[in-house]
Write a protein that binds this ligand. Structure first.
Ligand SMILES: [Ca+2]
Ligand SMILES: [Ca+2]
Ligand SMILES: [Zn+2]
Ligand SMILES: [Zn+2]
Length: 570
């Protein structure tokens, strides 16, 4: 059924089904919209023709999003380190169970070529261990390939010809890294029955091995890690999105040219449905050390995650982006991607190389991303600049003498775009392409929000936030004034998972030489119920953040709200 499909691929939570909850119409519509957005087809919220066609396209069995993530304390506490990547680059693989439909040497050959497209662009190497030499495959090879029909003892049954083609497990011991193929597909190649076959084993394997190496599904429809099958031929170079993904994890092959764009609108941390499986079947997780694969380190002088002013803040594809100087941090549903910030110009290709900072950024309702620097602005589709930019602020009908804007956001309360600068703000008409005529107005209209703000955004919790210095204000959209009587909160603990001042003494009492491979002894719960890890000399890190797991739904709902007295007034 449609609900089953949405659940299988992570768009509806499994738990509701298990405890027999009825789904609301709204929940279903939002799940459909989320899938349509991921697939890059119009987000109508209805099972229309395009959606039906998509749902009938054969695909990978792994979920696209992870709805089960949240405050679940029964989950192993190690998931942030577990399964992201192998702790080494020289990997081994073997095949334990061939399909009867293809010649064995053809299977080996197709799979070998699928691995080599990843090896070509990264530091990874793959050594084949012949099947006859393997006594206990799980202990002797990192990636174990096998063909199965229907149920095959891993909780992810296959389904006959078509629909689900294959699945793979993220890096780890035991089943980690293994790839399973549906033996009821008619795989192409040297078929014993002499027919053509319908599915490319090479193409599907290339995708599955992406999971074996630690990559999740990508919503970039040209990517190999896009979940729906579209074929992929040998002589096509690895798409940029996948190339960046693999190089982020393992560093690039010295022989391969540098990636020019860094388009990762993907969830980098694997869906936990499969991760949990590898976790429970193993006791010792691989120790992930950021230096063992020679990843580049950034020059000194980069901002301190827990002690900085923000230049701009935005929610893009439901993930949080925080900008400071030439860098930004990114936080997804499972937490912050890396405490080391990324260079802006290596992510949004087309900004001048010498960009020292940005002033403001927001995601338009059509998902284009708009970036402001000084008197100019750029528009991006994903990571690539749209032609015709930069343009001058005057193209938006902003005044000629305006030096910069402080912040930009789409206000969820009325889905209108707002620009803030100094003591003034404008409402922008996206359809007309200019600011509305009776603006600017005085910032004091936004009661309790100071002049000269640094940033503003509507977060995935549906609430509006303003930033100034190292603090933030939460805005009450209905009463139209700042909460907490206009007293700001410290930004770093709430937004980037840093400890609060009150929490620091407790964390400092944690022994410094904790053994991270020793179990849970390094997790610390503070009285506020938030959980930190502290290991060795690293910064204490928030594990279970305040990021709401149902956030995606909130955004869609609140954008739908158009009428209210406050909204009419601003
Ligand atoms: Ca199938
Ligand atoms: Ca700013
Ligand atoms: Zn997949
Ligand atoms: Zn399986």
């Amino acid at each position: 059924s449609q609900q089953h499909y949405l659940m299988t691929f992570g768009y509806l939570p499994q738990s509701d089904f298990e405890i027999g909850n009825l789904r609301t119409e709204e929940e279903l519509i939002n799940a459909i919209k989320e899938m349509q957005t991921f697939a890059g087809i119009p987000a109508t919220g209805k099972i229309d023709e395009k959606t039906l066609k998509l749902m009938h396209t054969p695909r990978c069995g792994l979920p696209d999003v992870d709805k089960s993530f949240g405050g679940d304390r029964t989950r192993p506490k190690r998931y942030l380190l577990q399964g992201q990547r192998w702790p080494r680059t020289a990997l081994t693989w073997t095949i334990t169970n061939f399909t009867k439909d293809l010649a064995e040497e053809d299977v080996r050959n197709q799979l070998g070529r699928a691995l080599s497209i990843w090896a070509k662009e990264s530091k990874l190497t793959f050594t084949y261990i012949p099947t006859y030499a393997v006594k206990n495959a799980e202990n002797e090879a990192d990636i174990v390939v096998s063909f199965h029909k229907g149920y095959h003892e891993d909780g992810y049954p296959f389904d006959g010809e078509g629909a689900i083609l294959a699945h793979a497990f993220f890096p780890g011991t035991g089943r980690g890294g293994d790839a399973h193929f549906d033996d009821e597909e008619r795989w192409k190649g040297k078929r014993i029955d002499g027919t053509e076959g319908t599915m490319s084993l090479f193409a599907v394997a290339a995708h599955e091995f992406g999971h074996s190496l630690g990559l999740s599904h990508s919503s970039v429809d040209t990517a190999l890690m896009y979940p729906w099958y579209r074929g992929f031929s040998d002589n096509t170079p690895l798409p940029t999105d996948d190339k960046y993904g693999i190089q982020q994890l393992y560093g690039r092959n010295e022989d391969s040219p540098d990636v020019d764009t860094l388009p990762t609108f993907r969830t980098r941390i694997p869906p936990s449905g499969v991760l949990t499986t590898t976790t429970t079947s193993t006791t010792a997780a691989p120790r992930v050390d950021t230096n063992d694969v020679g990843l580049p380190t950034l020059p000194p002088g980069r901002p301190d995650l827990c002690d900085t002013v923000y230049d701009a803040v935005a929610v893009i594809r439901e993930e949080l982006y925080v900008f400071r100087g030439p860098y930004f941090w990114r936080k997804g549903k499972q937490g912050i991607y890396s405490e080391t910030p990324t260079e802006i110009t290596r992510f949004w290709y087309g900004l001048p190389e010498n960009t020292t900072h940005i002033d403001a950024i927001y995601e338009r309702l059509d998902q284009r991303i708009v970036i402001f620097v000084g008197k100019q602005y750029w528009v991006f589709k994903d990571n690539s600049q749209e032609p015709g930019y930069p343009k001058s602020l005057t193209a938006l009908w902003l005044p000629k003498d305006l030096e910069r804007i402080d912040a930009a956001m789409v206000w969820g309360h009325n889905s209108k775009t707002y620009f803030f600068s100094g003591t003034m703000y404008w409402r922008y008409d996206e359809d007309a392409g200019h600011v509305e005529l009776d603006y600017p107005r005085d910032m004091s209209t936004w009661q309790g929000i100071p002049y000269h703000i640094d940033a503003a955004t509507q977060f995935t919790d549906g609430k509006t936030y303003f930033f100034k210095d190292k603090s933030y204000y939460e805005f009450d959209d209905l009463r139209f004034r700042a909460k907490n009587r206009g007293v700001p909160y410290l930004s770093a603990p709430f937004w980037l998972g840093c400890p609060t001042r009150a929490e620091m003494p407790k964390l400092q009492s944690v022994p410094q030489n904790l053994n991270e491979d020793d179990g849970d002894d390094w997790a610390v719960d503070n009285p506020g119920g938030r959980r930190y890890v502290a290991g060795g000399a690293s910064l204490p890190r928030l594990l279970s953040s305040s990021w709401p797991h149902s956030a995606a739904v909130v955004v869609v709902v609140s954008i739908g709200l158009v009428t209210s007295t406050a909204a009419g007034f601003v």
